[in-house]
Write a protein that binds this ligand. Structure first.
Ligand code: UDP
Ligand code: MN
Length: 291
């Protein structure tokens, strides 16, 4: 009898506990909270990546995409300098499997014709800004070129940017680095191999901006001015002062982003179909970008 009674008691405790947790779980769901609320409340990150058709394109997007896959609550805005989207790019983005929007924004013809420096990625980034104005209400955005290298810790740091945050970028110009100069905890100029009369001589990979801050500045955009894209965009965010800039990467003492450049590959030679038409090379050939 004693055994039966204690069994009943344990059963009652078990059922009561189970019911308690079920009610608690239902309560979480009804409030729209996940079991891991800490992940949910992270502000969204919008990563604006200009890209363009070339033999290295899918390799660049693959490397960057898998870096971004380590980052929570992120939307990747992949914007191609082209008149139409590419199936090979879509396939690559789907394979990586992170949330993305794939948009197009061709460089205006007038800039393409020039033999001198082109405003690379500008129409793409401005398209990204337009997308944010139409779709985003909060969070932070960052211009991440497809060929650069990013330590994932910078994404968690930039996520909490209130206005504009900045940090050093490696492999820029003859100095090997581009960074705000910090003296006594404050910005005292910028270290960059090319100043060129710029107010903000910084690299594209070295700053992030709060979405609300952007939305409050409807005219902010990037100029089609080679060498002055960052400077022009940051100036268009006025009103804002150097004292508003949040310094990341341990007060700009660490390098967490690099302006890497990939070697340009010549387009692959045409596949000899007579020789290889019954082989795997035919399928492989379809996944090559030649121009
Ligand atoms: N880009 C583009 N159209 C172009 C050339 C470049 O959209 O005609 C993109 C490119 O994919 C990259 C960014 O613009 O994300 C910067 O270009 P690039 O890396 O060639 O410039 P660099 O880093 O050498 O200044
Ligand atoms: Mn580059």
């Amino acid at each position: 009898m004693a055994i039966a009674r204690s069994f009943k008691m344990y059963l009652t405790i078990f059922i009561a506990t189970t019911c308690f947790y079920m009610v608690l779980y239902q309560y979480h769901i009804s409030k729209g909270n996940s079991v891991l609320p800490a992940e949910e409340i992270k502000p969204p990150l919008y990563i604006i990546t200009p890209t363009y058709r070339r033999p290295e394109q899918l390799a660049e997007l693959t490397r960057l995409g898998y870096t971004l896959k380590h980052v929570a609550n992120l939307l990747w805005l992949v914007i191609e300098d082209a008149n139409k989207t590419s199936d090979l790019v879509s396939k690559t983005l789907n394979r990586i499997g992170i949330p993305y929007e794939y948009l197009i924004a061709p460089m205006p013809e007038e800039y393409k014709k020039k033999n001198k420096a082109k405003p690379r990625g500008v129409s793409n980034r401005n398209r990204g800004l337009d997308w944010l104005r139409e779709n985003a209400t909060e969070g932070v955005f960052y211009f991440a070129d497809d060929d650069n290298t990013y330590d994932i810790s910078i994404f968690e740091q930039m996520r909490y940017t209130k206005k504009v945050s900045m940090w050093p970028v490696g492999l820029v110009t003859k100095l090997g680095i581009s960074s705000p100069i910090i003296r006594n905890g404050k910005i005292d100029g910028f270290y960059d191999g090319w100043i060129g009369g710029r107010k903000y001589p910084v690299d594209m990979a070295g700053f992030a901006v709060n979405v609300k801050f952007l939305l409050e500045r409807p005219k902010a955009k990037m100029p089609f001015k080679p060498g002055y894209e960052e400077d022009g965009f940051l100036k268009s965010l006025a009103p804002f002062n150097n004292t508003d800039i949040e310094l990341l990467a341990s007060e700009c003492t660490e390098i967490l982003t690099w302006h890497t450049q990939t070697k340009k590959n010549p387009p692959a030679q045409i596949l000899n179909m007579t020789k290889f038409h019954h082989t795997n090379l035919v399928k492989l050939d379809v996944s090559l970008i030649r121009t």
